[in-house]
Design a binder for this molecule. Structure first.
Ligand code: HDE
Length: 698
């Protein structure tokens, strides 16, 4: 695959700050250059600095003077560098790109973004984990945020979604409880970025509405291989509204062009140690290499008749509409092609809000969505500190905008002219437009004021069962293992038992397997269900990752373990075949440089073996001339083997394979000569050799 250097990483989002920096260095006449073209260091007030190494003192060993305004300003600013991290989704990573409309939806929405095929709209996307702090590791078992800001010609549209199409709770008032429960326990402040603890499972088992979501969170969806291999979901039902003010319901889905892929749990644990930045590094590397990640935007559109006939309430955010029942329609593509210039300026300060919708997109009465629309504004004020957070370039619309909001902390733009209100007699300023402006869909509403949950939200188990049963046997095994792991960390037996009681309503065999993993001798009674789970929902193969595997190694990574005497021809052939596929190839060796290959050439490696464990790769090739005693080499093979990776090997690698417990199977491919490289690639397109997992479990 051709590698393009990334486009110049400079845009209007940081240009203001950047230009000011330049002016500070070069703008005036007095103090412009230190050496050559190097600008003179100044204070924030623009004053040139003569010494940035020593504070101002009386004598070399004397006290520091308050008079040292440069020191005072420097430390003052440093002391205030941190802003509050997001209360959820604190750890995230973002990138710029564009959305291209590929299908006009002008019949069902008047949103400008969907009128013209080929229309390109700038976007900023932030991926995140939910529970962990800003500095936590990427491979936590967790939901991933998938938040997209589309800078449309009619203002910003934020689809603030997740990589899972349903949620834990049905009503926004429960959000602080679920988040408190999953985050670290308040007395001990651990565990961090982990749901495997009593408080979380206590809440879950006392909240049956979370059962569908918990099946997803225990599935491989919660340990994605990369942001690039995840689906994204708007979760709630939204509305499209057309020029005739007619409404159609819609759900939004992002589908990754490279297909979906996840890691296995033991691998996730090890990745967190080897490279806690695994996901952000992956996105950075892909974009810098010109391998721009891409998703399709799909919509599930339906009318009130469909909603009335559907098995569940379309306003219930713990339910999804299976793709087999309502096939998604592709309406556009999202391409991420530029990393931010500065993480803080853009990724940290970006403010997503569900209430940001252009005319033609509207809300449903989903009570979770309604609560979110209220919540996101508060959080921006708290985090960014001023009502003027839209003045930060990453949050400002890219279309013309005019309003009379003024002043406040850090106001960068105030309306000019005399009139700062409307209507006015000065002929100044903007006026509202009943035709171009946002008009809420004129839904008829009536009812008695009450704190109620609708009866139609009461079935908490049927879709959980449908999800579980729609997984392949391998994926079902992973769900059982995940439940076993998580509940093994729960200390209070009653909480474990309660979960088994719920699982009995989802799948009897699953409940028994998990109980067995926990060493439970007697099964509890099934939980009391408000509505008995249904057995008649058709399976939905679209819910499985493995049933929809891409049969491609594009975008994946091969690690080749080499040592002195490694066959140069095989290494070259592997590199050629895998790079042609659009994969990345990295070399791992005992030392970073100076490995002597069979043809006498010296080869630099990308990783020394201690720093390049096999968990960083999707498949590995062991191209060794003879025995290596390196302990890390044994882990390299043993992990790749137990994580069901395809392993290519040369004859010289045999003794290492034997010592590592890697037994011959169809996932182990002999690399006898350079020609075998393409055969190995064909095997690697299956991504993992899952039958090995059964052998390992025996
Ligand atoms: Fe959020 N959520 N959320 N959420 N959410 C936030 O907003 C909230 C929910 C989601 O990359 C916060 O700017 C409430 C569902 C993402 O910056 C906060 C409720 C879904 C992100 C907030 C929900 C999400 C957030 C924290 C229940 C999937 C990260 C910082 C009613 C559809 C966006 C911030 C980013 C962030 C509130 C439930 C997705 C506090 C009250 C459901 C991807 O406003």
């Amino acid at each position: 695959m051709a590698r393009k250097p990334s486009t110049a990483r400079r845009d209007e989002n940081t240009a203001i700050i950047h230009d000011q920096t330049l002016q500070r260095g070069t703008g005036g006449e007095l103090h412009q250059t230190a050496e050559g073209d190097t600008p003179v260091l100044t204070t924030a007030q623009g004053g040139p600095v003569s010494d940035d190494q020593n504070t101002l003192k009386i004598g070399p060993r004397g006290p520091t003077l308050i008079e040292d305004f440069h020191f005072r300003e420097k430390i003052f600013h440093f002391d205030h560098e941190r802003i509050p991290e997001r209360v959820v989704h604190a750890r995230g990573y973002g990138a710029h790109g564009y959305f291209e409309t590929t299908r006009s939806l002008s019949d069902i929405t008047r949103a400008d973004i969907f009128q013209r095929v080929g229309e390109k709209t700038p976007v900023f996307v932030r991926f995140s984990t939910v529970a962990g702090a800003k500095g936590s590791a990427d491979l936590a078992r967790d939901v991933r945020g998938f938040a997209v800001k589309l800078y449309t010609k009619e203002g910003n549209w934020d689809i603030v979604g997740n990589n899972i199409p349903v949620f834990f709770i049905q009503d926004a008032i429960k959000f602080p409880d679920i988040i408190h429960a999953v985050k670290e326990e308040p007395d001990r402040a651990f565990p961090q970025a982990a749901s495997a603890h009593d408080n979380f499972w206590d809440f879950i088992t006392l909240t049956p509405e979370s059962m569908h979501m918990i099946m997803w969170v225990m599935s491989d969806r919660a340990i994605p291989r990369s942001f690039r291999f995840m689906e994204g979901f708007g979760v709630h039902t939204f509305r499209f509204v057309n020029a005739q003010d007619e409404s159609t319901f819609v759900k939004f889905i992002w589908k990754p062009k490279l297909g979906m892929q996840s890691v296995v749990w033991n691998e996730a644990l090890k990745i967190n140690g080897a490279d806690p930045d695994f996901h952000r590094r992956d996105l950075w590397n892909a974009i810098e290499a010109g391998d721009y990640p891409e998703w399709e935007l799909c919509v599930q559109v339906f009318d009130q008749t469909f909603a009335d006939a559907f098995d569940f309430d379309v306003l219930d955010p713990t339910k999804l509409i299976p793709e087999e029942i309502l096939p998604p329609i592709t309406v556009g593509r999202l391409v991420l092609d530029r990393m931010p210039n500065n993480f803080f300026a853009e990724t940290e300060q970006v403010a997503f809000m569900t209430q940001n919708v252009p005319p033609g997109i509207d809300f449903s009465n989903d009570p979770l969505l309604q609560g979110r629309n209220f919540s996101y504004l508060d959080t921006q004020l708290k985090r960014l500190g001023s009502v003027n957070f839209t003045h930060i370039p990453i949050n400002a619309p890219k279309c013309p905008f005019h309003h009379f909001q003024q002043d406040g902390h850090m106001a960068m733009r105030n309306p000019s002219g005399r009139a700062n209100y409307q209507p006015n007699s000065w002929g100044e300023g903007p006026r509202e437009s009943p035709t171009a402006g946002f008009r809420s869909f004129a839904a008829e509403e009536s009812g008695t004021k009450a704190r109620l949950r609708p009866e139609s939200f009461a079935d908490h188990y049927s879709q959980a069962r449908q999800f579980y049963r729609s997984q392949t046997a391998t994926e079902q095994g992973h769900i059982a293992m995940a439940l076993g792991f998580e509940l093994s960390k729960v200390q209070k037996p009653v909480i474990r038992e309660r979960m088994i009681a719920h699982l009995l309503l989802i799948d009897d065999a699953l409940a028994k397997t998990v109980a067995g993993k926990l060493g439970m001798t007697a099964m509890p009674k099934p939980a009391d269900a408000a509505i008995q789970p249904r057995d008649d929902l058709a399976l939905s193969p679209a819910l499985s990752i493995l049933a929809n595997a891409p049969d491609s190694f594009t975008g994946r990574k091969l690690g080749i373990l080499i040592g002195d005497g490694s066959d140069a021809g095989i290494i070259k052939a592997l590199r050629g075949a895998f790079e042609k596929e659009g994969a990345t190839v990295e070399l791992v060796a005992p030392q970073p440089s100076g490995t002597k290959l069979s043809d006498g050439s010296a080869m630099d490696a990308d990783h020394a073996i201690e720093g390049g464990p096999s968990v960083l790769f999707d498949a590995v090739a062991i191209v060794l001339a003879d025995e290596t005693k390196h302990p890390a080499a044994r882990d390299f093979v043993a992990d790749a083997y137990s994580h069901c990776k395809f392993i290519g090997f040369t004859a010289g690698a045999k003794s290492l394979l034997d010592r590592s417990g890697a037994e011959a199977d169809d996932g182990m491919i002999a690399l006898d000569d350079a020609a075998a490289a393409s055969e190995f690639l064909i095997a690697c397109r299956q991504l993992r050799f899952w039958p090995r997992e059964d052998t390992l479990m025996q």
